[in-house]
Ligand binder design. Structure first.
Ligand code: KIV
Ligand code: ZN
Length: 388
């Protein structure tokens, strides 16, 4: 069976960078863009050009220095935004303007104070205007997650007629359940004229912790582009994490879908983004957290020491992590102590291990973690080991 391509649209430098305190300077943005290119993303959303002169310049520099990856700039459905986006992208080999407008009841009433007809008019005008600058125009129907499907379908059909090449259906507030979001895509696929001419895109926020699940549901409903960020960076609770969605596709749908992501670079990319944005990664973060391949309970450690696959569904090397970690805590068993001791050059007899373990477990009860130095000291104190 031939696999279908899922395009990866990275918005770390735009939606990701909107996080308070995570602003990047031009050099940092350029460095991340280069690593994203190496990682294999299809689209880099480099920023929101009209938002500041710094962002404009960063997008211009990225456009000049990045090769074949599409470079995208965000705009509202506002003429000046689109003009500035086009100017910032003028050196890009593959420029894309991302323009759109809110389509939910709440956005139309409170943000735009506009009728449905006015929203459609503005959407169409924005896409048409963006088309006068670039061929590749992505339209976002903001807050599509909470919008009525019937109205969403009308706006999307008009945006396609106006020339949009990609249709983004964002769950802006992270509200949808996976099946609702999937149904939205299925509805558009069956109800909108011209839908087969465009790529449908998902853009999920993580307010209820469902961004990744919703992105996968979107693929099952017909989306072929996933918008995401490294480490799930983004407004409020963040966006879909690139490392999660790309590894789900790789591990769970290898015969059906593929992406161009080089998974071995995921950890490097994650560390760079975390350090540049001064945003630490939670230890239990899937794929890139420091505990993602760490094992501390005796039952798990015993299994992993016998065969890694008993408790790991991903080989850490696949995502650029050197090895699985056996972490010694008060929940660890004899197998783990013997394993760590062996790694440090101590081969313990059964008797030596029993004695060492008695001391170890008392020490472990006092510490959060028994590190290599603690273990060596403990082995020295017992004076019953055989030096390998
Ligand atoms: O969350 C959202 O709706 C957005 C759009 C601007 C694409 O970020
Ligand atoms: Zn967003």
């Amino acid at each position: 069976m031939s696999q279908e391509r899922i395009y990866i649209f990275d918005t770390t430098l735009r939606d990701g960078e909107q996080v308070p305190g995570c602003k990047l300077n031009i050099q940092e943005k350029l460095r991340i863009a280069k690593v994203l290119e190496k990682l294999g993303v299809d689209v880099i959303e480099a920023g929101f050009p009209i938002s500041s002169p710094g962002d404009f310049e960063a997008i211009q520099r990225i456009s000049k220095e990045i090769g074949s990856t599409t470079i995208c700039g965000l705009s509202r459905s506002v003429k000046k935004d689109i003009e500035v986006a086009a100017e910032a992208l003028q050196y890009a080999k593959r420029p894309r303007i991302h323009t759109g407008i809110g389509v939910s009841e709440s956005h139309m009433r409170f943000k735009f104070k506009a009728s449905k007809e006015q929203i459609i008019e503005r959407a169409v005008a924005a896409v048409k205007y963006a088309k006068t600058f670039v061929e590749d125009v992505e339209f976002y129907a903001e807050d599509a997650g909470r919008a009525e499907n019937e109205f969403l379908a009308i706006v999307v059909e008009q945006a396609i007629k106006a020339g949009a090449t990609v249709i983004n259906v964002p769950d802006t507030t992270g509200y949808c359940l996976p099946e609702e979001y999937q149904t939205k895509f299925e509805y558009l696929k069956t109800q909108v004229k011209g839908i087969d001419k465009v790529i449908l895109s998902s853009h999920c926020h993580n307010d209820l912790g469902m961004a990744t699940a919703n992105s996968i549901a979107a693929i099952q409903g017909g989306a072929r582009q996933i918008e995401c960020t490294i480490n799930g960076m983004g407004e409020r609770a963040g966006n879909t994490a690139l490392e999660e969605v790309s590894m789900i596709i790789k591990k769970r749908f290898p015969e059906v879908y593929h992406t161009s992501i080089n998974s071995k670079l995921l950890k490097e990319c994650s560390t760079l983004v975390s350090e540049s944005m001064a945003m630490p990664i939670q230890a239990n973060k899937a794929i890139v957290g420091s505990n993602a391949f760490g094992h501390s309970s005796g039952i798990h450690q015993d299994g992993v020491i016998k065969n890694r696959e008993t408790y790991e569904i991903i080989d850490p090397l696949e995502v650029g992590v050197n090895e699985s970690k056996i972490i010694l805590t008060a929940r660890s068993g004899r197998a783990a102590v013997a394993y760590r001791a062996r790694a440090l050059g101590f081969e313990l007899t059964k008797e030596a291990l029993d004695k060492t373990y008695q001391k170890f477990i008392h020490l472990a009860d006092q510490l959060k973690e028994v590190n290599d130095k603690d273990l060596i000291q403990l082995l020295d104190k017992t004076r019953i080991f055989n030096l390998a």
